[in-house]
Design a protein around this ligand. Structure first.
Ligand code: ADP
Length: 375
């Protein structure tokens, strides 16, 4: 294809003021979706944290590299998409946006990731392509549920009906037989009503979280977060419910702070530690922090029965509960946790050796003081 190359262009890193490839502002850095800016030759001019995490490359790895050569984009049938140049439609000056399409990209670690790619061309005064801004949305992220709206309504109705049936049954019983019931019987029934009311409240809170996550209305209040301290607080809190909880927290003394919303990260960690107690074992838990390439990771490892390989990705889908153990929740906890981590630009993954336990690990961007000062 031919591209109008009459425009003057700037190599990445050249001073501003000349015609230049687009760079992303710091706001783009905070977006949950990966954003990559390309110059006129299809070389990477900038990328945000989410792109770094999605593709597994550092910023330095990719800056100045021809995007199509590094990431080997392929269509749904596995055919390579044109390397080093733009889609033929870009020749038409009126074309500004790229149609959304599923594209497979190669990560630095050699694994493939399927994204929904869309973007916009940047055109110079003569209408030629001076660059592009690409948005790469992890295709797995928004198709996590796989449930249709009607299936969700039916599952939710079912989940709400069983505690409400019990609330209605016990309250009617207590009211109708008030004089005939002993105090200890009344107490038992009221405790059950109280427990079921908590279940309904929890489910509604989870559904509201889901709705906010899916409509992009969940706002993060980011600040520096000391993850070691947060993990210790979570262990103390969960121990109130599971007195047998034995958890070792291993965080390097020089672990940088994360730049995250402390309430949301506490929710994620609480969910992982509670799950480890509920479905794994409250004994022999380890919560480990580590840092690599500007990303802080936290891993919660239990010594329970583990999760078979076929269920390892399914545990992150909505309403999924394994039949084993005592599935006491709604099957929404891990879906929400993954959504919250991804909103921070990170990933939550699980690994397990059946019979030996499971590890749930999430990564968060480290606090970058230089960037904060620029903002
Ligand atoms: P819930 O909110 O109902 O607790 P989750 O979404 O948190 O559900 O988890 C989904 C399912 O994943 C659980 O029903 C359980 O079977 C499985 N699971 C989660 N964590 C673990 C773990 N640490 N060990 C074994 N199974 C687990």
């Amino acid at each position: 294809m031919t591209i109008d190359r009459t425009a003057e262009r700037r190599a990445p890193g050249a001073p501003p003021g000349t015609t230049r490839a687009p760079t992303l502002g710091d706001l783009a850095a905070l977006l949950p979706d990966a954003v990559v800016a390309l110059d006129a030759e299809g070389r990477v001019a900038e990328l945000n944290d989410a792109a770094r995490l999605l593709l597994g490359y550092t910023r330095d790895d990719l800056l100045g590299e021809v995007c199509a050569e590094r990431l080997e984009p392929r269509d749904g049938d596995g055919n390579r998409l044109a390397a080093g140049c733009w889609h033929p439609s870009a020749r038409l000056r009126s074309v500004r946006a790229m149609a959304e399409q599923p594209v497979t990209l190669r990560r630095k670690d050699g694994r493939d990731v399927v994204v929904r790619l869309t973007g916009a061309y940047v055109r110079d005064a003569a209408g030629g392509v001076a660059g592009a801004v690409l948005s790469l949305r992890d295709a797995g992220r928004h198709s996590r549920s796989g449930l249709s709206g009607i299936e969700i309504v039916s599952t939710v109705s079912h989940e709400l009906r069983s505690p409400l049936t019990s609330v209605k049954g016990y309250t009617s019983l207590v009211l109708n037989r008030w004089d005939r019931l002993r105090d200890d019987q009344k107490r038992l029934m009221l405790e059950q009503v109280n427990h079921d009311a908590d279940r309904v409240t929890r489910l509604i809170t989870e559904l509201l979280d889901i709705s906010r996550l899916e409509t992009g209305r969940l706002v993060l209040r980011r600040q520096p977060v000391d993850l070691a301290r947060l993990a210790a607080a979570v262990v103390d809190k969960v121990r109130l419910e599971y007195p047998g909880l034995e958890a070792a927290t291993e965080f390097p003394a020089d672990l940088p702070k994360a730049y995250a919303d402390p309430d949301k990260i506490e929710q994620v960690l609480t969910n992982l530690v509670e799950n480890a107690c509920k479905y794994g074992s409250p004994e022999g838990l380890t919560i480990r922090g580590a840092v690599a390439a500007g990303e802080i990771s936290v891993a919660v490892a239990d010594r329970g029965e583990g999760i078979p390989a076929e269920d390892l990705t399914r545990v992150f889908t909505k309403f999924f509960r394994r039949a084993v153990g005592r599935p006491s929740g709604s099957g929404l906890g891990l879906w929400i946790s993954r959504g919250l981590v991804e909103l921070h630009g990170g990933r939550l993954v699980a690994e397990s050796a059946p019979g030996e336990g499971s590890t749930f690990r999430f990564g968060l961007p480290a606090l970058d003081l230089d960037r904060l000062q620029e903002l």
